[in-house]
Design a binder for this molecule. Structure first.
Ligand code: SF4
Length: 341
């Protein structure tokens, strides 16, 4: 099946494009100062696309101020009221997400025409929580595809699709079904994952399985609370999956009785200092030569811990001996000037 590509402002998704990280603001949408601040913070953290919920006409009017104050593509999340969708398009949003379970079908054509004239995509975003019947996974995916077909019949094919559940296994089954039956980009994410570590693990588990099978063109790790965490975890996930360029990474050993340097302190220092560095640099901090030599050779920068003195590797070569108390200072100098190496 030839897969389709969709443009959201300047971000292409689908058909093998880089997987875009999405998140969603949780400020009051009409408080555009707070919302702009949150959107731009998410951008600085590595978010590619931000969705904003528009529960009122006032929010749909105000969203133009948010759009003017950020480079990020903005997606309007609209439920129930087609007039809000029309106003959001008029205000300049870069994509519209509608939920077929609560969107009035008799006004869909009008909204589709408006989206088409502004050349913005629509995400058909189905969510099991919005459906008031017990349905199977296949029925949930088919429900999304039925609504995709409805848009196609209206002459519209600038489409993204999603069908979300809060259950890991269901989410995997539903998204596989979508992938096998539809050419449109798929937005993946475990919905209503919840709060805390278990929510994070559930999300990452389900998304990992899908990403490993090449499924998913945009993703959101939906977590209760501050959306910063969503973006941070999405970046970690894509990096671990080998699908994110421009990412600073520290590889560190777990430490044991052989450890010669303060692996934990050095790793934490680097992770904190370079958290938002958008460069592909892998630094290994290893406690001794057992695994330190091999990791050092296979990293951009490596430290293999030794008694009082350690070995520094750069780009696969043993470069010099370094006093252990100088390690952090030296690494900062190298990382800050890495283009010269
Ligand atoms: S690299 Fe050395 S210090 Fe680190 S866990 Fe392995 S054996 Fe222990």
């Amino acid at each position: 099946m030839e897969r389709k590509e969709v443009l959201i402002k300047n971000i292409k998704i689908g058909n093998g494009q880089r997987i875009a990280i999405q998140s969603m603001t949780n400020t009051i949408s009409t408080d555009y100062i707070s919302t702009i601040t949150q959107v731009n913070k998410l951008k600085d953290m590595g978010c590619d696309i931000v969705r904003i919920s528009l529960p009122s006409m006032e929010a749909a009017i105000n969203i133009s101020k948010i759009i003017k104050n950020t480079d990020l593509p903005i997606v309007a999340d609209v439920h129930f009221d087609y007039k809000i969708a029309l106003q959001a398009i008029k205000s300049g949003v870069h994509k519209l997400r509608i939920n077929p379970s609560n969107f009035p079908p008799e006004y869909l054509l009008e909204v589709v025409h408006a989206a088409k004239s502004e050349n913005i995509p629509i995400r058909v975003g189905v969510n099991r929580g919005s459906i008031h019947d017990l349905i199977s996974n296949e029925q949930l995916a088919e429900y999304a595809l039925k609504n995709v077909l409805l848009l196609e019949k209206m002459g519209f094919d600038n489409i993204v699709v999603s069908a979300k559940t809060s259950n890991v296994r269901d989410s995997i089954i539903v998204n596989k079904y979508l992938f096998n039956h539809s050419p449109y980009p798929i937005h993946i994410g475990l919905t209503e994952a919840g709060f805390g570590k278990f929510a994070e693990i559930k999300s990452i588990y389900s998304l990992s399985v899908l990403l490993n099978e090449g499924i998913g063109d945009t993703l959101r790790i939906s977590l209760t609370g501050d959306p910063d965490r969503e973006v941070k975890l999405a970046k970690y996930l894509l990096r671990a999956a080998g699908k994110l360029g421009g990412f600073f990474e520290v590889v560190a050993c777990p430490t044991c009785a052989r450890t010669q340097i303060d692996v934990e302190r050095i790793s934490e220092f680097l992770e904190t200092k370079y958290e938002n560095l958008k460069k592909d640099i892998k630094v290994s901090i290893m406690g001794c030569l057992v695994n330190g030599i091999g990791e050092g050779l296979n990293s951009d920068i490596g430290i293999c811990g030794g008694k009082d003195k350690s070995v520094l590797y750069i780009k696969g070569k043993r470069v010099r001996i370094v006093e252990n108390h100088e390690i952090e200072e030296l690494l900062v100098k190298i990382i800050d000037n890495f283009d010269q190496y």
